[in-house]
Design a protein around this ligand. Structure first.
Ligand code: HAM
Length: 428
């Protein structure tokens, strides 16, 4: 039989890498909860129209990257390429949105984009996504950036670049788009790729986001969006910059930052690393004040961001393997059932415990204990007809001592608690 492999760009996650993912996700939950966010889980499959309407039909995501297919009734369904559209759909559908109330949600999970796989770019990847709905103050923009910065710092990522731009609003963007179109017309439109030759008329901002070298060259010297911002956009953005200026978060203004999805308005940002190759953006987001209405909801503002878990995992410092608290080794087969029984008691006291499922030599069991990173080994031996003797070995010091079976749980619980206390106070 031939072996069946996973599809290109679909990646299996094994320990220790899966442990890194779990640790990053648990820090995200912890940090976002401190900022008042709650978890929202939405379906992985949605009607295709949601993404076409939400993300924009001139974007690469909608034009080239969606996994879309008809369901059994012929309706076009799509594997979500991002979380924002689904989160807003859910809030609108379940009537969660109320004027003057702020909703804050985070969503973790897989997203799907049919892109050319390379380092840091997969077809199934994972995002940690946040959306804050119903608040238009510049304070929210800054609080979002603070939250993102806190999360990235707490997973150990301190040397990242935070970039900021303002993409204008429906009042001021058309004039900018017109002057952008003029720039492309006066430069050499024949140097643009086929997509951009069309987009320079339909959605010229997308040309600034194109990675084709010819398009990048034509985009050189293009008008700067922040210089075309209307007064309300400028006031909002100045307030954001002012608040950030008074904080310790270093931000670089990047007027060329346009993001790949069409729903953004006003403040946009991206967090970039120089250590992971071409796919350098680890997080990105911004305001999307018109999107809720565009998806059939009330006229309410929104802002959010998403981090790419694979890219974060490439950057986080290596963690020591967690290791088990206890490994139970049995001198003979008849003691395996006793090992099962003791393991249950210890686990009920929140200790992590392993024991062998088949009889092996003591040497081989000690090898397994080492491999499992066990802090203690409990060695069971026969001591008469019904009796069992218990020896406890501290794998750190090598010390060994006899215990009575009834004392094992309480004794180990104290020793392990003592050990965790000294490990969490390394400086004392
Ligand atoms: P995005 O910039 O398309 O934004 O994606 C956010 C992050 O997802 C990127 O910075 C990157 O780290 C990761 N990412 C994207 N595509 C891939 C891929 N093919 N393989 C690996 N990682 C990838 C959004 O998706 C917006 N929905 C973010 C947002 C939320 N804006 C407002 N709210």
């Amino acid at each position: 039989m031939t072996m069946i492999q996973s599809g290109k760009g679909f990646v299996d996650l094994f320990p220790p890498k899966s442990d890194v993912f779990t640790a990053i996700e648990s820090t995200a939950r912890d940090v976002f909860t401190r900022y008042g966010c709650r978890e929202l889980r939405t379906p992985i499959i949605e009607f295709t129209e949601l993404f076409v309407r939400g993300i924009g039909d001139e974007t690469d995501v909608v034009q080239k990257e969606m996994y879309s297919f008809p369901d059994r009734k012929g309706r076009s369904m799509t594997l979500r390429p991002e979380a924002t559209a689904g989160v807003l759909r859910a809030c609108i559908q379940h009537k969660l949105l109320r004027q003057n109330e702020v909703l804050k949600f985070f969503t973790l999970g897989p997203m799907f984009r049919y892109e050319r796989p390379q380092m840091g770019r997969q077809r199934q990847f994972h995002q940690i996504n946040v959306e804050v709905l119903g608040a238009s103050s510049p304070l929210v923009d800054v609080d979002m950036l603070f939250m993102l910065h806190r999360f990235l710092s707490e997973i150990g990522l301190t040397s990242l670049e935070y970039q900021l731009n303002s993409l204008g609003c429906p009042a001021c963007r058309p004039t900018f788009q017109a002057s952008l179109e003029n720039h492309f017309r006066d430069a050499n439109p024949d140097d643009l790729c086929d997509d951009c030759r069309r987009r320079m008329h339909t959605n010229p901002l997308r040309v600034l986001d194109c990675k084709v070298p010819g398009c990048k060259a034509v985009a050189q010297g293009a008008p700067v969006i922040t210089e075309h911002n209307c007064a309300p956009c400028r006031t909002h953005f100045d307030a954001v910059i002012g608040l950030l200026g008074r904080s310790r978060l270093q931000i670089r203004l990047n007027p060329m930052l346009v993001r790949g999805l069409d729903y953004y308005q006003g403040t946009t940002f991206e967090v970039v690393s120089t250590d992971i190759g071409a796919q350098s953006s680890v997080a990105g987001g911004g305001r999307y004040d018109g999107l809720i209405r565009q998806l059939g909801g009330p006229d309410m503002p929104g802002i959010g961001f998403a981090c790419g878990l694979e890219r974060l995992a490439m950057l986080v410092p290596e963690q020591p393997e967690p290791g088990m608290d206890v490994f139970i080794a049995a001198q003979e087969e008849s003691l395996l059932e006793k090992a099962l029984e003791i393991a249950q008691v210890l686990r009920s006291r929140r200790l992590s415990v392993e024991f062998p499922y088949a009889q092996r030599s003591m040497k081989s069991q000690m090898r397994s204990a080492n491999k499992a990173g066990a802090r203690f080994v409990l060695m069971l031996d026969k001591a008469g007809q019904e009796q069992c003797s218990v020896q406890l070995k501290d794998m750190g010091s090598g010390e060994q001592q006899a215990l009575s079976e009834g004392d094992v749980a309480a004794y180990l619980e104290t020793r392990i608690a003592e050990r965790s206390r000294t490990m969490s106070r390394p400086d004392e």
